[in-house]
Design a protein around this ligand. Structure first.
Ligand SMILES: Cc1cc2nc3c(=O)[nH]c(=O)nc-3n(C[C@H](O)[C@H](O)[C@H](O)COP(=O)(O)OP(=O)(O)OC[C@H]3O[C@@H](n4cnc5c(N)ncnc54)[C@H](O)[C@@H]3O)c2cc1C
Length: 292
C-alpha cells in the first residue's frame, strides 16, 4: 500500500475517536507519533484505509506526579519521558530506558502509548514499567479498565486492547523507601538499534538489607515482556550477593524463549540474559540502598 491511499482523520476528543473507530472498524488505526504505524502502513502490515490521529486529544498528554503515583499520558513522547524531572526523581529506570531508545528524531515523535500498544517484543518501556508495578488505563465508551501492564500483552503485536479502546495513561506508583530498579540492554549499535536482549529488575529491600520483593522482566527474548517469578524465589529473604545474582540469572535464562535472527542466535541471547540480569539487579540494589 502506498500511504496516499489511506484517509487521515483528526479526533479532538476520546468520544470522537471512539465514534470514528466504530464507523470503520478493522479498516481504521489510531495514530500517535506514527514512527511504527507509518512503516507498517507502507509495508501493508495492516492494510488500514483510515488513520485516526489522537494528537489533538489534550487529555492524553502530560507527565505529572499525582497523589502517590506518576501519571504518564499516552501521548507523552519518549523525549518528554527522557527529560522529565518528575520521571527522573520518581521512576529513574523509566528514564534510563527512554534515553537508550531509537534516535533523537524518533524520540521526538514516538510516544509511550505507541510503544506499549505496538507490543513489539523488543520494546523498551514495557519491561521497565512492569518492574515498576505500573498499571494502564484503557478507555472506551463503556468505561475505563485498569490493569497491570504485564496483563496487557498476549504475544508479538497482540494485546488485550479491544478495537473500541484507547490507552489513555500509564500510572507508576511512587517508589517506597528501599526500592530501586535498573535496566540493562544490549543493542548492536549505540543509537537506532532495537534491543537484542534486555532485562529490567527491581528490588524492594527490608530494613536489614535483605530482599522483600524482586521483580525481573525480560524483553526481546520471548514473544512478549516476560516476568520471572523464580528470580523472586531465588532472592527473597536474603541479602543480594554473588550467589543470589547467579541464581537469579539462571532463573532468567530458564524463563527466556529467544529466537535466532539476524541480530543474534538464541544461544547468544540466553547468554546475554544472564549477564544483563546481573547488571540490572546490581543497579536496582545500588538505587535501593541510595548509592546512586
Ligand atoms: C528508526 C527507529 C528506531 C526505533 N527504535 C526503537 C527502540 O530502540 N526501542 C523501542 O522500543 N522502539 C523503537 N522504535 C519503535 C517506535 O519508535 C516506538 O515503539 C514508539 O514509541 C512508537 O510510538 P508512536 O507514537 O510512534 O506509535 P504509532 O506508530 O503512532 O502507533 C503504534 C501502534 O500503537 C497504536 N496506538 C498508539 N497510541 C495508542 C493509544 N493511545 N491507544 C491505542 N492505540 C494506540 C497505533 O494504532 C499503532 O498500532 C523505533 C522505530 C524506528 C522507526
Amino acid at each position: 500500500m502506498i500511504l496516499s491511499e489511506a484517509e487521515f482523520h483528526d479526533a479532538s476528543t476520546l468520544e470522537q475517536a471512539a465514534e470514528m473507530i466504530a464507523r470503520w472498524g478493522k479498516q481504521a488505526r489510531f495514530l500517535a507519533g506514527g514512527t511504527s504505524l507509518i512503516v507498517d502502513l507502507k509495508t501493508d502490515r495492516y492494510g488500514a484505509g483510515h488513520v485516526i490521529s489522537l494528537n489533538r486529544i489534550a487529555a492524553l498528554r502530560g507527565i505529572a506526579s499525582v497523589d502517590d503515583r506518576v501519571r504518564i499520558g499516552a501521548l507523552a513522547t519518549l523525549n518528554e519521558v527522557a527529560t522529565s524531572d518528575v520521571i527522573r526523581e520518581k521512576c529513574p529506570v523509566v528514564r534510563d530506558a527512554a534515553r537508550e531508545m531509537a534516535s533523537p528524531q524518533v524520540r521526538n515523535l514516538g510516544t509511550v502509548g505507541g510503544n506499549i500498544v505496538g507490543a513489539v517484543p523488543c520494546a523498551d518501556l514495557p519491561p521497565v514499567l512492569a518492574v515498576s508495578n505500573a498499571t494502564l488505563n484503557l478507555w472506551s465508551p463503556s468505561g475505563v479498565r485498569n490493569m497491570p501492564i504485564e496483563a496487557f500483552f498476549v504475544g508479538p503485536r497482540e494485546t488485550v486492547l479491544r478495537d473500541d479502546e484507547v490507552l489513555t495513561e500509564v500510572l507508576v506508583p511512587h517508589s517506597p523507601a528501599r526500592f530501586g530498579a535498573g535496566y540493562a540492554r544490549f543493542g548492536l549499535r549505540e543509537a537506532n538499534s532495537v534491543a537484542v536482549a534486555a532485562v529490567a529488575a527491581s528490588l524492594q529491600l527490608k530494613a536489614d538489607g535483605s530482599v522483600a520483593q524482586a521483580r525481573v522482566c525480560l524483553s526481546a527474548v520471548a514473544g512478549k515482556p516476560t516476568l520471572v517469578p523464580d528470580a523472586h524465589t531465588a532472592l527473597a529473604g536474603k541479602v543480594l550477593d554473588k550467589n543470589g545474582l547467579d541464581r537469579a540469572a539462571q532463573a532468567a535464562i530458564a524463563a527466556a524463549l529467544p529466537i535466532s535472527d539476524l541480530r543474534g542466535s538464541a544461544e547468544y541471547r540466553r547468554e546475554l540474559v544472564g549477564t544483563l540480569t546481573r547488571r540490572a539487579l546490581l543497579t536496582a540494589q545500588a538505587r535501593a540502598t541510595g548509592e546512586k
